[in-house]
Design a protein around this ligand. Structure first.
Ligand SMILES: Nc1nc2c(ncn2[C@@H]2O[C@H](COP(=O)(O)OP(=O)(O)OP(=O)(O)O)[C@@H](O)[C@H]2O)c(=O)[nH]1
Ligand SMILES: [Mg+2]
Length: 389
């Protein structure tokens, strides 16, 4: 009997060992292959369907209401692609994904397929691509090319920025007198200019174009500053020549005090920085503006000096529009190298998810002209501006 009992004990112990062995081996073989195998399987099935939850896209948060007859407009080369896509991303994320306005791209060359494909993918509105006619991007016949070449040499020696560039001069002349007449732009009444490499720092939760329409604005800015004097030595003489011949184009309630400290005798070099503009195309197409551009063009300073479109647009707006037709978009927080407009006032910045550093705001810097705009228009400066001076 004791022998039988011992056998039974051996059998029970062996059974227990077998059960334990089965339990351990089966649990590890259950976990390991499934853990290791399930994820690659899931991933590959996602790839097969080419659809992750985010691929399906979030519902579009499109703002209700009417749209203005407006477009974004960008002058660019194919080589600007990877800088303009950054700008588009900012504009879409902060504003246009809710409004879906069109975007016109202009170039003195043909845009290539890559440029068109990538920008079209990013813009929520329709995209249009235009080639600039050669006669809008070349030396007019009344320009003495030898004289222009000599000036470029001199400016190169003086190290004036873009002083030796022909294409920069064509660009400034084009932005001054032609972009609003391009056939693609004729469909629109309002434009918002966007350059490569800009940033928008705050949400824009209303239609800036509609603001312009509803408030009878014609031109707007976010940054103003003094122009580099060497690029425009005779621009003011040419302007005075224009005002003498076309006094009828000067607005009664103009902003002369923004651009001159001596009632028009001399130019103080203040201008609105035109790499950002929201404006009215019909104003630029008006006789008043066109007479100004034509008289400046014949004076030759786009080529014999290096007149920029910023002082040209600004002087025109200051003289030919009434004060209340020019708007400062304090709420459009903006960067174009090297200056930032970051709205003054913490409450606004927090509410609009701004990501600019208020210490970098240029508005109240001594090199900015924006204080003059506030004073001229009797607008109180925002609370806290002193701390940003
Ligand atoms: N198609 C075309 N576009 C140009 C040319 N030169 C400049 N642009 C565009 O004209 C606008 C102004 O040129 P920018 O080079 O930005 O001039 P800027 O703003 O004075 O100077 P930075 O931005 O500091 O270089 C931008 O939208 C450029 O993409 C050109 O030769 N051809
Ligand atoms: Mg630029």
């Amino acid at each position: 009997m004791p022998g039988t009992q011992r056998y039974l004990r051996y059998i029970v112990a062996a059974l227990i060992c077998l059960i334990l062995l089965f339990f351990f081996t089966s649990s590890s073989s259950y976990q390991t292959p499934n853990w290791a195998g399930s994820r690659p399987q899931d991933v590959s099935s996602e790839h097969n369907n080419a659809q992750t939850p985010s691929d399906k896209g979030l519902p579009q948060a499109v703002a209700p209401g009417e749209r203005m007859n407006a477009t974004f407009v960008t002058l660019a080369r194919n080589s600007d692609l990877w800088d303009i896509v950054k700008s588009i991303r900012h504009v879409e994320d902060r504003f246009n994904r809710k409004y879906n306005y069109d975007w016109v791209f202009l170039n003195d060359d043909d845009f290539n397929d890559e440029f068109k494909k990538v920008t079209t993918a990013l813009v929520s509105g329709n995209t249009k691509y235009g080639k600039i006619p050669t006669e809008h991007w070349s030396f007019p016949d009344f320009i003495d090319q030898d004289r222009a070449a000599k000036v470029r040499e001199e400016m190169k020696e003086k190290k004036i920025i873009y002083g030796d560039s022909i294409s920069y001069r064509h660009m400034c002349r084009y932005e001054s007198g032609f972009f609003f007449r391009h056939s693609l732009m004729l469909d629109y009444e309002w434009y918002w200019r966007v350059e490569p490499g800009i940033e928008l720092y705050c949400d824009i939760n209303y239609d800036a174009f509609k603001y312009m329409v509803d408030n009878k604005k014609k031109y707007s800015f976010v940054i103003s500053l003094y122009e580099y004097v060497e690029t425009i030595p005779t621009l003011w003489d040419a302007t005075k020549n224009f005002t003498k011949h076309f006094p009828q184009h000067i607005a009664k309630d103009n902003s002369m005090r923004f651009i001159s400290d001596d009632d028009g005798e001399t130019y103080n070099h203040c201008h609105f920085w035109s790499n950002f503009e929201i404006g009215n195309l019909n104003w630029l197409r008006s006789d008043a503006y066109m007479d100004y551009f034509t008289s400046l063009d014949h004076a030759g300073g786009f080529f014999y000096e290096r007149w920029g479109d910023a002082p040209v647009h600004s002087i025109a707006a200051a003289l030919m529009l009434n004060k209340d037709e020019i708007h400062f978009f304090n709420d459009i927080a903006y960067y174009h190298v090297p200056f930032t407009h970051c709205p003054t006032g913490e409450a606004y910045r927090l509410e609009h998810k701004c990501h600019c550093n208020p210490k970098e705001n240029f508005d109240w810097n001594s090199y900015s002209c924006t204080s003059r705009y506030f004073e001229l228009n009797n607008i109180p400066k925002p609370q806290g501006y002193e701390k940003e001076q």
